[in-house]
Design a protein around this ligand. Structure first.
Ligand code: T4K
Length: 401
């Protein structure tokens, strides 16, 4: 999908001028810059840059405390975190995952020659559907990895019941769900382990980074060995390992982001509510809601567009927004099952994924976070409303160019 390569076109339809500079989904939140720099300076002064320095240790303790979990193992990114969790859980053969996720969820399995078996989603929450997951179980299945997509927690109870009934390990890709709750309990304590991402595009970032959180002592011990080449002491290796460590500079950013989390969530919440208010009542348009009885981080604002009711495809809406310098994203089009190597390995996977196949054509992530203002969100909504008020003209104009 092109990004801002063509001139804006909505002004001709009476819309206000396009944004002068692009607004991206995923622009990082930068909290207290001075505090980040002071922490990094401290690390430089102490010449402790990585390998479990004081900032990393403090970050781990603060995350575990925040989630109410026994153990937190920070990692260099969530993809490595997922790989470590998968190995530490001794998963093999086949593991059931939703196809509606970022490709890293599946790659973390395939990288270890475990087959990701794609499973369909609940049409309302867009999270893995436990009943659909049950249909994918075979004698080779060793586990299930749920993804708390866009910050909405999976139906953890249904997945845990299913996993217990079939003797499967259950883990979670919690990349989007730091700070969110399920039945009032913070994500981070469900299944055998959960993996957070603190990538720059996440509302709480550590530049790059992630964390594996678990209440399982044995698992935590294995994970700590694995992320540090298997070292159990100086010159002593007792396990096959890799290098998954977080640096002190990343921990400095992570700690400072954690201290600013309320500010980030409240900006996200304000923008989410503005989108909801501004776009309310438009036929075929829904700003995906969050469960009212749970705590959430509001980090992804997801628009669902029903092309039959709006009269314009999601892709045309997306391209039209890009031309106005609003870089909306089709997360996670076209579904992991339609990406390589999975498309070639499992060419018929889509037949089992009717909800995923429909929803990947409906959803659009919109900019949010501390880098934009309420006025920006209002302008995005005005431009969106112009598109939706002139579906045929916008479609025809895009088809001409
Ligand atoms: N599981 C799930 C469910 C995930 O969503 C992810 C990551 C993972 C696992 C793996 O986590 P990590 O291993 O990354 O910790 C981005 C992120 O790179 C990725 O972390 C994230 N999910 C995914 C949803 O979004 P892309 O391909 O969309 O990235 P990119 O480079 O297009 O960045 C998005 C936009 O953000 C850019 O258009 C501009 C803006 N941006 C980005 C960066 C990095 C900035 O303004 N500043 C920046 O520094 O994947």
């Amino acid at each position: 999908m092109d990004q801002t390569s063509a001139p804006p076109q909505l002004a001709a339809l009476g819309a206000p001028p396009a944004f002068a500079t692009p607004l991206y989904v995923g622009t990082p939140n930068v909290g207290d810059k001075a505090r980040v720099l002071a922490r990094i300076e401290e690390a430089l002064d102490h010449r402790r840059l990585t390998n479990f320095g004081p900032l990393t240790r403090e970050f781990e303790a603060r995350i575990a405390d925040y989630c109410g979990a026994k153990h937190c193992i920070t990692v260099c990114n969530a993809t490595i975190g997922l790989e470590l969790m998968i190995r530490a859980l001794d998963l093999k053969g086949e593991v059931i995952v939703p196809a509606m996720t970022f490709v890293a969820t599946a790659h973390a399995l395939q990288w270890q020659e475990i087959t990701p078996v794609f499973c369909d989603i609940d049409p309302v929450t867009c999270n893995i559907d436990a009943a659909a997951a049950e249909r994918m179980i075979t004698p080779r299945t060793s586990g299930i990895i749920g993804v708390h997509l866009w910050g909405r927690a999976c139906n953890v109870d249904a997945l845990q019941t299913l996993a217990d009934r079939h003797g499967l390990a259950l883990g979670f890709d919690a990349a989007h769900a730091f700070g969110c709750t399920y039945k009032g309990r913070r994500v981070g304590t469900f299944g055998r382990a959960e993996v957070f991402s603190f990538h720059a595009t996440k509302f709480m970032n550590s530049f790059e980074g992630g964390a594996i959180v678990t209440n399982d002592d044995g698992l935590a011990e294995r994970l700590r060995l694995m992320e540090n080449f298997g070292f159990s002491g100086v010159d002593q290796v007792t396990y096959i390992g890799t290098n998954g460590k977080m640096t002190e500079a990343c921990a400095a950013m992570g700690l400072t982001s954690l201290e600013c989390i309320d500010q980030f969530v409240s900006a996200n919440r304000r923008h989410f509510e503005t989108y909801q208010d501004e776009l309310a009542g438009l036929p075929g348009v829904q700003v995906m809601d969050f469960p009212g009885d749970e705590v959430t981080n509001f980090q992804y604002v997801i628009l669902r567009l029903d092309a039959e009711k709006t009269g314009i495809s999601r892709d045309h809406v997306c391209t039209a927004l890009h031309r106005e310098n609003i870089i909306a994203r089709r997360y996670f089009y076209p579904g992991v099952h339609r990406m390589e190597p999975y498309r070639s390995y499992q060419p018929h996977a889509h037949l089992m994924l009717p909800q995923t196949e429909r929803i990947v054509h409906e959803v659009l992530a919109l900019p949010t976070g501390t880098s934009i203002s309420t006025a920006d969100v209002q302008l995005i909504c005005r431009l969106l409303k112009t598109i939706l008020a002139h579906p045929a003209e916008v479609t025809a104009a895009l088809q001409r160019t």
